[in-house]
Design a protein around this ligand. Structure first.
Ligand SMILES: C[S@@+](CC[C@H](N)C(=O)[O-])C[C@H]1O[C@@H](n2cnc3c(N)ncnc32)[C@H](O)[C@@H]1O
Length: 346
């Protein structure tokens, strides 16, 4: 699936001269470009890292950690804006630090994603810039670093710092911007934990281990750890892995936090899999992601194991799940969410 905003940036990547940095996020999971020696890539998605490495790119997987790049060292940075404002502000601030005077940050995005506001805020920081309307809604903007004095950075909500954002009777949860729903408990995940006892009663035997697929900062993992079994938590997002690992270390949780896309590379099998699956990759709804999460659950679930997915009521999860499981049954629902129980056998 091609991304119209990113397409505006492709010509810049193709004729890159000097020292370039390309910031690639989940919007670009299907990007196919010839690699270039003078372009370094940073991505916060492990699946995108794997794909770009395979194409021959020089890639770092990190939570947009620019600390490897010296001040005033780059000629150009290319960035298709991300979904979350603090992430974009962090990238603009760090780009300003890393670019040489006269260097440029070239961005693209949709009006609805705030590209025009990013441009006007960024221009104040950088000193100069131009914007070009590429289509009815898509803008390509360039910020030129003119000022060398200390300018006011954009509010990135202290992007790099892990902090306690939510607490309940059992846990303080560490999180940070860049993690899904970073400063709250997701209502669907809360619904799953409220009905955990009811779900556990349907298990043929007590589980001996558990997998939290798409763990975010680890809300489900921490709650499941109270069953006193080892818990494996996995996500494809670098910020989620940092936050979840911090929560595992703090309590400490018996288990592992593994960066992986849809559990790829995890060979262990599990008695219990819990999942609040994503339905968006970047700005677009990705139906195929649901299938990949169901397939991963099928592959990682023990023969007598049981999985529990929480989704919005309108998602036809049971129908999709029957391609992979013998049984897919809704065991609880409210006006917004449902819990679907998946098993290999009746
Ligand atoms: C709806 S959120 C749930 C997060 C967390 N379990 C919670 O309850 O707060 C879905 C999670 O799936 C992750 N995700 C998206 N695509 C993924 C992929 N291909 N592989 C693994 N995780 C993915 C997202 O980063 C996000 O953390």
């Amino acid at each position: 699936m091609s991304d119209t905003a990113f397409n505006q940036l492709v010509p810049f990547l193709q004729k890159a001269e000097g020292r370039y940095l390309w910031i690639a996020d989940e919007n670009l999971l299907s990007a196919q470009l010839s690699p270039s020696d003078n372009i370094q890539v940073i991505t916060n998605r492990i699946d995108l890292e794997a794909r770009l490495l395979n194409q021959g790119w020089k890639v770092f997987f990190s939570d947009y950690d620019f600390s490897i790049i010296e001040d005033n060292s780059l000629d150009s940075i290319i960035y298709r804006v991300s979904k979350e404002k603090p992430v974009v502000h962090h990238v603009i601030n760090e780009s300003y630090r890393c670019l040489k005077p006269g260097g440029q940050l070239i961005m693209a995005g949709d009006k609805g994603e705030g590209i025009k506001t990013y441009f006007s805020k960024g221009k104040k920081l950088f000193g100069d810039g131009q914007s070009v309307k590429a289509t009815k809604d898509i803008w390509q903007v360039t910020l030129h670093k003119l000022k060398s004095d200390k300018a006011e950075p954009l509010d990135d909500k202290d992007y790099p710092t892990l902090r306690v954002t939510v607490a309940d009777e059992q846990f303080d949860y560490y999180s940070k911007p860049g993690v899904f729903g970073w400063d709250k408990v997701d209502k669907g995940s809360a619904f799953l934990i409220e009905h955990l006892d009811q779900f556990l009663m349907t298990l043929p035997e007590p589980p001996k281990n558990a997998l939290d697929l798409g763990c975010g900062y680890g809300y489900l993992s921490l709650n499941i750890s109270q069953l006193d079994i080892p818990v494996t938590a996995s996500d494809n997002n670098a910020a989620a892995i940092l936050a979840c690992q911090r929560n595992f270390d703090r309590y400490p949780i018996n288990g592992k936090v593994i960066p992986a896309s849809c559990a790829e590379g995890i060979s262990e099998k599990f008695d219990l899999i819990i999942c609040n699956p994503p339905f968006h990759a970047g700005f677009s709804v990705d139906g195929d992601l649901t299938d990949r999460f169901l397939k991963a659950t099928h592959d990682r679930l023990n023969e007598r194991g049981v999985a529990c997915f929480v989704t919005n009521l309108h998602i036809p999860l049971e129908r999709k799940a029957l391609q992979y499981f013998h049984q897919a049954e809704c065991i609880a629902a409210n006006g917004n969410f449902k819990l679907v129980r998946l098993t290999h056998k009746a």
